[in-house]
Design a protein around this ligand. Structure first.
Ligand SMILES: Cc1ncc(COP(=O)(O)O)c(C=O)c1O
Length: 332
């Protein structure tokens, strides 16, 4: 998907125009995949734009840098502030935010000695990720033949650009076979996650999800769902999930910042339960979206409001309302 809204981008403390957020082709990241990033949604609420779970995302961003020994010079709080300013600078009522840290420079060699670390926060408007129809009626998915990395290969708790190579293969394979998404297994054959989503299943009223040892990204939405479900009195089982549980689940759904809470209606053409979103999925989806969009009380303190900016460094800007498309035809 080409992003066709060209907003101003935060680049190491300054705002630059979209066209000026460039790097050299000799950058370390281009050759060796040395980037880490985040994906954050800012929702339109009755009280103005509000960023969802901002501090949790920035904490994971700093964690990803730490795992890869990237010398991040901003604290999670600095980055949260920068994210809020990015929304305000562009006067966006809602958007997706993509903080990214990349090793640049112009020298070759795997060892990232003396390579600069550049940090950007890129805003754009993004619609539903797996499609509006999937959010309402459920997605048709498959089990992928591509696996998530084994524990001693690539750290999956870091949200690194290179981790998405396997996800790309899985997603492309799924699309060729007319599925919306693929579910990858871990290196032991247990259920792991989608290319950009964690997974939950419901059986006999209990909620099951893969453990962080199953090659997953430790999702912020996953954590939000677990908090919401616990408060609904639903028992949560975190563990190793055998593949065949996918076929006998009463309900199944993906979670992710982009995918939000997307019900799954079939796996490998086998209907999940009666083949339509189940009650627990829909109740959690309603609660999650209500809090994110400010129509339900923010009882967990998950929203960071974006104060309106009267005048920016480039003068006051009109609120930009791009059409919110459906990005389900795109890859992540
Ligand atoms: C591989 C992968 N798993 C899971 C998730 C869900 O994580 P979160 O809920 O923090 O967006 C994402 C999205 O960032 C992802 O890319």
């Amino acid at each position: 998907m080409a992003v066709d809204n060209h907003h101003r981008i935060w680049r190491d403390g300054k705002f630059v125009d979209w066209e000026d957020a460039t790097i050299h082709v000799m950058s370390h990241v281009v050759h060796y995949g040395s980037s880490v990033f985040e994906g954050i949604r800012c929702y339109e609420t009755p009280n103005g734009p509000a960023v969802f779970r901002l501090s949790a995302h920035m904490r994971r961003f700093a964690d990803s840098c730490r795992i890869y020994r990237m010398p991040l010079t901003y604290s999670p709080d600095d980055l949260s502030q920068a994210a809020v300013e990015t929304v305000a600078e562009n006067n966006l009522p809602h958007c997706y935010l993509r903080p990214v840290a990349i090793r640049t420079g112009e020298q070759m060699g795997v060892l990232p000695h003396d390579t600069p670390l550049e940090v950007f926060i890129i805003p754009w408007t993004w619609g539903t990720y797996l499609g509006a129809d999937a959010l309402k009626n459920g997605a048709d998915v498959c089990v992928s033949s591509w696996r998530r990395p084994a524990p001693d290969t690539i750290p999956t708790l870091a949200k690194a650009g290179g981790n998405y190579l396997g996800g790309q293969l899985s997603k492309m394979q799924a699309r060729v076979d007319n599925y919306v998404e693929g579910i990858m297994l871990d290196s032991f054959g247990h259920v792991s996650e989608g290319s950009g989503e964690n997974l939950f299943l419901v059986r006999d009223g209990k909620l099951f999800t893969s453990t962080i040892s199953s090659g997953i990204l430790h999702g912020v939405t996953r954590d939000s769902v677990m908090q919401i479900a616990r408060d609904m009195g639903i028992e949560i089982v975190e563990g190793s999930i055998p593949r065949e549980m996918l076929y006998i689940a009463d309900e199944l759904f993906f979670t992710g910042t982009a995918a939000e809470i997307t019900p799954i209606r079939s796996v490998d053409r086998i209907p999940v339960g009666p083949g339509k979103p189940g009650q627990i999925t829909l109740a959690i989806q309603r609660e999650y979206m209500g809090i994110a969009q400010g129509t339900l009380e923010d009882r967990y303190g998950w929203l960071t409001p974006v104060p309106a900016r009267q005048a920016s460094s480039t003068g006051s800007r009109k609120v930009r309302r791009e059409p919110v498309g459906d990005m389900s035809a795109s890859a992540f």
